[in-house]
Design a protein around this ligand. Structure first.
Ligand code: SF4
Length: 234
């Protein structure tokens, strides 16, 4: 398969809908393309589009072992209602010694914890793929402000972000229009949800991601940062 002209498609897709970009990604790279999802409320529009337009596209979920039970239940609910094909990914099974050493890793070294439980399992799953689809958006964090719709990672794989140009209001408009479910912890103030030890609810006036790794400099798990400091090995 020939390389694609990234600059050209980034220009064209700047005014395209996420659905158009998603369908193009499937038609261009299938079967060597998969999506990733954290199964939050914000994830629902892309998952709904996958179920409707590209149902054979696998959805990868990083099952870190630290998720809220509500997140796992929400994942299972969406599998049933949206008709998506989900593959759970997890860290390589640790031996007893590693289990002891890593018990409090999310507190003592969260970057390493994210590397072991998220970055490395996803790297393994992506081996053999030509492209991956992710639902990140430019309005989510400062680090994501310049997210291109298509880019190429260091290892030569295309990263496709169909939702990049959407704002938070577009997400909620879509959820309301299609009468889609939201994460059960949303009503308790969990506006952005990751692993339970690293997520707290937000209060009025806070940024919606303020509850992620609260009190730390960390704002990203490392999946979307091509930075050796975050991706270092265990
Ligand atoms: S979000 Fe927290 S618990 Fe989850 S992998 Fe990262 S550091 Fe570990």
């Amino acid at each position: 398969m020939a390389d694609i002209d990234i600059e050209h498609f980034n220009r064209v897709f700047e005014s395209a809908s996420p659905q158009e970009i998603l369908i193009w990604a499937w038609e261009t790279f299938a079967p060597l393309v998969a999506a990733t999802s954290s199964f939050q409320s914000q994830s629902v529009p892309l998952l709904h589009m996958i179920g409707r337009y590209t149902p054979a596209m696998p959805v990868l979920f990083l099952d870190t072992g630290f998720h809220f039970p509500e997140t796992l239940a929400f994942r299972d609910q969406l599998i049933l209602t949206l008709g998506i094909r989900v593959r759970n990914l997890s860290a390589t099974a640790p031996d007893d010694d590693a289990r002891r050493r890593y018990k409090d890793l999310h507190r003592t070294d969260p970057d390493l914890c994210c590397y072991i439980n998220k970055v490395e399992p996803l790297q393994r799953a992506k081996a053999g793929l030509r492209a991956w689809v992710t639902g990140i958006r430019r309005d989510q964090t400062e680090a994501r402000h310049n997210t291109p719709i298509i880019s190429m990672e260091r290892d030569g794989r295309y990263k496709i972000c169909p939702m990049a140009t959407w704002a938070d209001r577009d997400v909620w408009r879509y959820i309301n229009k299609h009468d889609l479910p939201v994460h059960p912890l949303l009503q308790q103030g969990y506006m952005s949800i990751g692993c339970a030890p690293c997520t707290r609810p937000v209060v009025a006036g806070e940024d919606y991601r303020a509850g992620r790794w609260a009190g730390q400099d960390k704002t990203e798990c490392g999946l979307h940062v091509e930075d050796e400091g975050v991706k270092r090995k265990a």
